[in-house]
Ligand binder design. Structure first.
Ligand code: EPU
Length: 431
């Protein structure tokens, strides 16, 4: 075969130049802009993609090199909205779901890849740290942030393949998670319904492998594209490279702070099995005969359950579960069970046992606990809430008090699920 082979995905504007069996250039339109990337296929799914592209009669059709080069070279100029413009001393309260007032020394909203790269270059030149903000739904700011805070607002939803049953769909990191889930359900694509109403953005969802009601993002994850902060290189990560765990990924561990996620793709399925086994979903769906239930019905049930237990961040500041559910060795769980026969315990495939942090916090007497500006949610003890006028450090103090109390009562160390952000100005007061 002679390379490059120029192709266009039927029914879309997306063009490709296959450079060899393990490399292709891809140019896809996302929102109002072109996203160009050089994909090196180190792993099987990407190699298979190349084979699929080259298959005769498949969804990719040959085009001329000129037809490829048009979009590939078209200048992705900023449209004014996406222009790179640094603001100073910006209050981040509106941009995080806790709604705590803390100021970014520098702040920029980016709506294009070009503006994102400019922001990265600016931070490098100025020698200041860079903090990426998506939906701001999983962070507690301990104080003012002496960094360039970059609000990633890359949008656009795009179908990459659709065989009538399975759909691969990619979304810009700045899309709101819940709106994206609603869009997939409007289109009849199943798989993400149990993850309805989770606050935050699409880009943040793989960071902590968001999960609820028996489903985690890793169950439907295809790949993500991320830009490396050190040199601006765009790289594709498959599920294995993301190394997902319970509320974990490589982006919270070894690669923490090194990448900006710009696009995430999901494998969805028009007739995927409904997952109703977890918690109260089955009870919520009782009125609908089993054979008539749809993905939308499951989503509606999840929304009702969440609304009954979890505070709406638009009304009361919060970041969902503040702590992770800890897992302990079976012997520890057994001992705890003898002392606390009502303690919920969930055996894990690896032999360990997951404990309900919310139950322990509740038992320790914290549910509904109120301090002046903040407290513990009265319907779910795992959620810390901010009523207004509080600081991140105050909330962190409450978290520490809760951790100490659970440790004392159950001998268990709780770990925060929410990212704790502290980037103070070194040596001195804020300039
Ligand atoms: N429980 C109490 N009191 C409480 C809270 C919980 O007794 O105040 C008990 C419940 O009765 C139940 C057990 O603890 O027996 C577990 O509670 P629940 O089913 O409400 O779930 P969770 O473990 O507290 C997790 C996720 C939630 C997710 C729900 C449903 C974590 C850290 N949290 O909560 O995720 O919505 O399961 O899948 O894994 C989030 O991450 O922000 C989040 C809300």
């Amino acid at each position: 075969m002679e390379y490059p082979v120029y192709l266009q995905l039927r029914g879309t504007e997306n063009v490709y130049a296959v450079q060899g069996p393990d490399r292709f250039w891809e140019c896809t339109r996302i929102g109002g802009q072109w996203l160009r990337q050089d994909v090196v296929c180190n792993t099987w799914p990407d190699r298979q993609r190349v084979l699929d592209m080259l298959e005769d009669g498949g969804p990719w059709e040959p085009i001329s090199s000129q037809a490829f080069l048009g979009p590939w070279l078209e200048d992705a100029t900023e449209d004014g909205q996406g222009a790179f413009k640094v603001k100073e001393h910006v209050d981040l309260a509106p941009w995080t779901t806790f709604g705590i007032s803390a100021h970014a020394r520098w702040f920029v909203q980016v709506t294009t890849m070009g503006a994102l790269r400019e922001a990265m270059a600016w931070a490098e030149e100025q020698k200041v740290p860079l903090l990426v903000l998506g939906g701001g739904s999983n962070m507690l700011l301990h104080g003012d942030v002496h960094a360039l805070v970059v609000l990633v607002q890359l949008t656009g939803i795009e179908v990459l393949s659709d065989d009538g049953q399975h759909v691969e769909v990619a979304a810009g990191a700045g899309e709101g998670w819940h709106d994206f889930v609603m869009r997939t359900l409007d289109e009849g694509w199943g798989g993400l319904e149990n993850l309805s109403l989770i606050p935050g953005s699409v880009g943040a969802s793989p960071m902590q492998n968001i999960g609820a009601y028996g489903v985690e993002i890793q169950d439907r994850f295809a790949w993500l594209d991320a830009v490396r902060l050190s040199d601006g290189a765009l790289q594709r990560f498959d599920a294995e490279q993301c190394d997902f765990g319970y509320r974990e990924s490589v982006f919270k561990r070894g690669q923490k702070g090194l990448w900006v996620i710009v696009r995430v793709a999901f494998d969805l399925d028009r007739s995927s099995i409904l997952r109703t086994g977890y918690g109260a979903i089955e009870a919520e769906l009782q009125a609908i005969p089993k054979t008539q239930r749809t993905h939308r019905d499951v989503s509606d049930a999840v929304i009702r359950i969440r609304q009954s237990k979890l505070p709406d961040p638009k009304q009361i500041g919060n970041a969902g579960s503040f702590f992770k559910n800890p897992s302990v060795p079976a012997e520890v769980a057994q001992k705890l069970f003898l002392d606390h026969p009502n303690m919920p315990q969930y055996p894990l495939p690896d032999g360990r046992v997951k404990l309900a942090a919310g139950w322990m916090i509740d038992q320790a007497g914290w549910k509904g606990h109120k301090r002046d500006t903040h407290g513990v949610h009265d319907k779910q003890a795992l959620v810390l809430v901010h009523f207004g006028g509080g600081t991140g450090l105050e909330i962190w103090q409450l978290a520490e008090d809760i951790m100490a109390s659970v440790k004392q009562r159950f001998g268990i160390d709780l770990e925060p699920e929410v990212n704790q952000i502290s980037i103070p100005r070194k040596g001195g007061t804020e300039a």
